[in-house]
Design a protein around this ligand. Structure first.
Ligand code: SF4
Ligand code: SF4
Length: 191
């Protein structure tokens, strides 16, 4: 796990992030943020975020994007697009949140609160293998990484779902999974 310790390192990382944001369609508009706070007010996850979308722009301007990466913010983004459609400056916020996730992964920067990151990691590994999500596997693997005892509290609810056929125990691969896996490898190599 990488830790950013110097001001210079933080500045370089912020610069890298800004360059990547410029490659996103309409990404350049991030420079036009007027700090109105509409994005944060529209965000259903903002109440729990260490840095709200508006504050992330402020962090960008202060060259401390690494502080955002170690916070819980990006992994709480629900990709709902409210910030994107309401921003008066037309800033593609949801895409920027994804870019932050990619940057954190590339740089090996893990957030202090790991649950959101762990959930995304497990979800991606299941999609890689099966081509679709499997709720049972997702929750089992998630609790395995974050604390198996906490799963005990969910057993009653899970057994009701299993009994009613709403939670399958067996995972099935999609047709053509090998094609999907080849595409994923090609995308990784094309980075
Ligand atoms: S809504 Fe747009 S302009 Fe307003 S603070 Fe958020 S990003 Fe900046
Ligand atoms: S896309 Fe993410 S950051 Fe934007 S409003 Fe939705 S949850 Fe918040």
């Amino acid at each position: 796990m990488r830790v950013i310790e110097s001001v210079e390192e933080g500045r370089k990382l912020t610069q890298r992030f800004l360059e990547e944001v410029m490659l996103i369609p309409d990404g350049y508009k991030v420079m036009s943020c007027i700090q109105c706070g509409t994005c944060s007010a529209s965000c259903p996850s903002a109440y729990a975020m260490d840095y709200t979308p508006r504050q992330i722009v402020a962090a960008l301007r202060a060259d401390i994007i690494h502080e955002v990466l170690v916070s819980n913010s990006v992994w709480l983004c629900a990709s709902c697009y409210s910030c994107t459609v309401r921003c008066p400056a037309g800033i593609p916020w949801t895409d920027i949140m994804y870019q932050l996730k990619r940057l954190g992964e590339d740089e090996g920067i893990i957030p202090r609160v790991k649950k959101g990151h762990e959930l995304a990691t497990v979800f991606n590994s299941i999609i890689d293998k099966y081509g679709r999500s499997s709720e049972f596997k997702l929750m089992f693997k998630f609790y395995l990484r974050t604390g198996l005892f906490k799963a005990l509290g969910q057993l009653g609810f899970a057994s009701k779902l299993i009994f009613k056929g709403r939670l399958g125990l067996v995972s099935h691969k999609i047709k053509g999974i090998s094609g999907l896996q080849k595409m994923m490898v090609a995308m990784e190599e094309g980075k």
